[in-house]
Design a protein around this ligand. Structure first.
Ligand SMILES: Nc1ncnc2c1ncn2[C@@H]1O[C@H](COP(=O)(O)OP(=O)(O)OP(=O)(O)O)[C@@H](O)[C@H]1O
Length: 254
């Protein structure tokens, strides 16, 4: 139904780093509780696009952005937007697990504490629930006050997901969240993402086409800053409309 307000509606989005145009007239809609995979060869603009959804590109010098990214019908590039509120609702998980050098407990309590949550019993509950949601609680419940840096890479990444969940986001952006992980840790994160989809909207950049095919509902294929094709994942991988998409998914270039 066209009248339904999408989680994101991106209209005529252009982004340049100095002279270099990295995104060219992107138009895309992302619905609630969808998993959308962003695929395409290196340098095609996937991460740049992902970062436009919670204004992480603002942190980079010389970025020029034109067009609109509407989040629940409000352009997040409007002057009066509350960027911290936006980033609370649209959380992010990065390529390499990046826990803070502090305990497992404090990693997760960090965000809520910054938001003014002080009561120990409330923080305890947030930490426990977030770790459970990220399928990590059983592995760490007896060492919540040990350093997060002692966890394995896969556990650290689930901790980073738990840290994002503690902020009670609506959307989670993931930039190649398994590229630094071994196959077993990767499977665990993929299972977790499928579980999280019941509650959250997820946009994930991946180089791994099997991963996109396994976990996403829709796939967006980017090439040289353009969004070439966006459709149901099944369609993209079995019957794409564009020859460039077909060439990419069949491995003719990468
Ligand atoms: N901070 C930056 N400053 C200048 N140019 C940048 C910056 N970040 C990205 N670019 C350029 O913008 C283009 C798109 O980069 P981006 O990282 O979004 O691509 P990508 O598809 O995510 O690539 P990869 O799969 O290799 O991570 C590339 O040409 C890249 O060199």
């Amino acid at each position: 139904m066209k009248n339904e307000i999408k989680t994101f509606e991106v209209e005529n989005l252009n982004l340049s780093y100095g002279e270099k145009q990295a995104l060219k007239n992107i138009n895309i809609e992302i619905g609630s509780k969808e998993i959308v995979a962003l695929i395409g060869p290196s340098g095609c603009g996937k991460s740049t696009f992902l970062r436009t959804l919670n204004r992480m590109n603002d942190l980079i010098e010389n970025v020029k952005i034109e067009g609109e990214v509407k989040y629940h019908n409000q352009n997040i590039y409007d002057k009066n937007i509350d960027i911290y509120g936006l980033r609370k609702n649209v959380g992010m998980v990065f390529q390499s697990p990046n826990p803070f050098p502090m305990s497992i407990y404090d990693n997760i309590a960090y965000g809520p504490r910054c938001q003014g949550v002080k009561k120990r019993d409330i923080l305890d509950k947030i930490v426990e629930n977030s770790l459970k949601e990220a399928a990590l609680y059983d592995e760490v419940s007896d060492r919540l006050h040990d350093s997060a840096l002692a966890l394995s890479g896969g556990q650290q990444q689930r901790l980073c997901i738990a840290r994002a969940l503690a902020m009670k986001p609506e959307v989670i952006l993931m930039d190649e969240p398994t590229s630094a992980l071994d196959p077993i840790a990767t499977v665990k994160i993929e299972e977790l993402i499928l579980e999280l989809k019941k509650e959250y909207t997820i946009v994930i950049v991946t180089h791994n086409m099997q991963q996109a095919a396994r976990i996403s509902d829709k796939t967006a294929f980017f090439y040289m800053g353009e969004l070439i094709e966006f459709d149901e994942t099944n369609k993209i991988f079995t019957n794409p409309k564009h020859s460039q998409t077909e060439d990419y998914i069949t491995g003719k270039f990468g």
